[in-house]
Design a protein around this ligand. Structure first.
Ligand code: ZN
Ligand code: ZN
Length: 139
């Protein structure tokens, strides 16, 4: 059976480090304030007033003469986002993320095994549990 531990760790990282506290979505162009709080560039833009910005979390006032575009990009968050995307794409490729894909794989695999079994003169195992016992270890 598939383990959930890696998925929940990913979810934790996404919620704690990669989610903007203004739009509650993954960061888009993460900008870091001098107080080290990070928000999307687009979320900070409306908060810039007369070349200054107040952090929505700690209220620290910072200079932002060029608007939110001029703030420092949080490269740490940016690389985490990239890593996260890469891992997600890899999971999707391997089919280990969506349950429906996994179920489809298992049912295909059962059919293939049933054909093999009958072709060598065995009767196919009667139910899923037996198939799971025969299944490769990662299932
Ligand atoms: Zn945002
Ligand atoms: Zn702050």
């Amino acid at each position: 059976m598939a383990t959930q531990s890696s998925t929940s760790l990913q979810d934790l990282i996404r919620e704690d480090f990669l989610t903007c506290k203004i739009c509650y979505d993954l960061y888009v162009v993460p900008k870091i304030l001098p107080c080290l709080h990070t928000y999307c560039q687009k979320c900070l833009e409306p908060l810039v007033e007369n070349g200054t910005i107040h952090c929505p979390e700690c209220r620290l006032q910072s200079e932002a003469p060029g608007g939110s575009v001029g703030l420092k990009t949080n490269f740490f968050i940016n690389s985490l986002l990239e890593l996260f995307q890469m891992k997600r794409n890899k999971d999707l490729e391997e089919g280990s993320v969506p349950t429906s894909d996994h179920e489809e794989f298992v049912s295909k695999w059962q059919k293939t095994m049933a054909k093999k079994a009958t072709s060598i003169g065995l009767s196919p195992p009667p139910n899923c549990i037996t198939w799971v016992m025969y299944a490769p270890k990662r299932f």
